[in-house]
Design a protein around this ligand. Structure first.
Ligand SMILES: *Cc1c(COP(=O)(O)O)cnc(C)c1O
Length: 385
């Protein structure tokens, strides 16, 4: 193969965050199969829930089919419904906004802090005051822990408490991180985790809701199994959902969770390495670098200074793509997405700037030494230009 065709070969593409699955996961899956509990529930689900609750410093966890499903049920339980508002950061993956929309509530977007990309407490306060003055009814606020950095809960929690609005924490990206010593997932009325294929741990697809509220946990368990009441003939008095996690996937999740610390350490090592590589590049810095000892380093992103002539984020993404690297702009803000055009939003340009200047780099814990060398080469080549 020529160098050029080798470089574009699909099989050799280096992805942002591939699943890191090996012997432990294989053994866990076989254990679950041999145990005879294939689906729907079983002992692996119970154990995974106990382990997740402990990891998040919570009393209860409910394992579900996805992070989006967990958000949907968390928001329904927070009282989101038609005629009420759910406030969502504009800088997030679409799932946060979609789940709010499923409840029939009106989604309102609020901008982020420029340094972290997380929900701005100042703008949140402006949004709440403005909406309340107009007589609007706010059901919930959903802070998102962007790329594995916890939102500023030490300011968001008191603010939400002051206005008596429940917080639902979208911790889909932040399992293992902490904020001032308290683990991701421990904030808000409930918090939501994701085990999608590219997240820090994966069950191939899955999620969970964690909370200290036993009644809420029981309600979510009930709603996620078609709201089936305990009668022999399946009695139903509410609309339910098929959102539960299967026993096989919970087994996979347990093996992944037991390796979380080492997978975080690997991702952190990648971040340190990127910091070294880009240290000599004027106008390029590592996003969320300040304070990242508390982060899980799910994805490392670089920020390109727009005022430095030499750099254009689009061009950088293209040049990495030519070298077979998957890199991506930060999430396109929700208020710019066609599907949410015209929605109410409180913005100051921060999310738009991060979208223009931020690029997420391959960060997975399963990157091989060969792949890491290729990333080095691609970065060096870029910096030489
Ligand atoms: C991945 C993600 C979700 C959704 O999780 P799924 O398990 O893919 O449904 C929600 N919010 C954020 C911020 C995410 O990154």
């Amino acid at each position: 193969m020529t160098e050029v065709s080798r470089r574009v070969s699909e099989a050799e593409r280096i992805y942002l965050s591939s699943p890191d699955v090996g012997d432990d996961e294989r053994a866990a899956l076989l254990r679950a199969v041999d145990g005879g509990w294939i689906a729907p529930l079983g002992p692996e689900v119970d154990a995974f829930e106990r382990e997740l609750a402990a990891r998040c410093g919570r009393g209860h966890a409910v394992a579900l089919s996805s992070g989006t499903a967990a958000l949907h049920l968390a928001l329904l339980e927070a009282g989101a419904r038609p005629g009420r508002i759910v406030i969502v950061p504009t800088m997030t993956f679409v799932a946060t906004a979609n789940a709010a929309h499923y409840t029939g509530a009106q989604v309102v977007f609020v901008d982020c802090e420029p340094e972290t990309g997380n929900l701005s407490p100042e703008l949140l306060q402006v949004a709440i005051e403005t909406l309340r003055a107009e007589g609007e009814d706010i059901a919930a606020v959903v802070p998102v822990d962007l790329l594995g950095r916890c939102a500023d809960y030490s300011r968001l929690e008191p603010l939400a408490a002051h206005y008596r609005i429940p917080l639902v924490s979208d911790a889909a990206e932040s399992l293992g991180a902490n904020h001032r010593g308290k683990p991701a997932g421990s904030f808000g009325q409930s918090a939501v985790l994701s085990f999608n294929g590219n997240k820090i741990i994966t069950t191939s697809g899955g999620g969970a809701l964690v909370t200290d509220d036993e009644v809420l946990a029981e309600r979510v368990r009930y709603l996620s199994t078609q709201a089936r009441q305990p009668a022999r003939h399946y009695e139903h008095s509410e609309i339910g959902f098929n959102y539960r996690m299967s026993n096989l996937l919970a087994a996979l999740g347990r093996a992944q969770l037991s390796r979380l610390e080492s997978m975080m350490a690997t991702r952190r090592a990648h971040r340190e390495h990127y910091a070294e590589l880009f240290a000599q590049a004027p106008g390029i810095e590592i996003f969320q670098r300040d304070g990242d000892l508390s982060d899980n380093c799910w994805l490392t992103a670089i920020l390109v200074d727009e005022s430095v002539e030499r750099w254009d984020a689009d061009e950088i993404v293209s040049s990495f793509a030519a070298a077979g690297l998957e890199t991506r702009p930060l999430w396109k803000p929700m208020h710019l997405q066609p599907v949410f055009r015209g929605r109410r939003s409180f913005t100051d340009g921060s999310a738009e700037r991060l979208f223009r200047t931020g690029i997420t780099m391959p960060s997975g814990s399963a990157l091989t030494p060969t792949e890491l060398n290729r990333i080095d080469d691609a970065v060096m080549e870029l910096l030489k230009r």
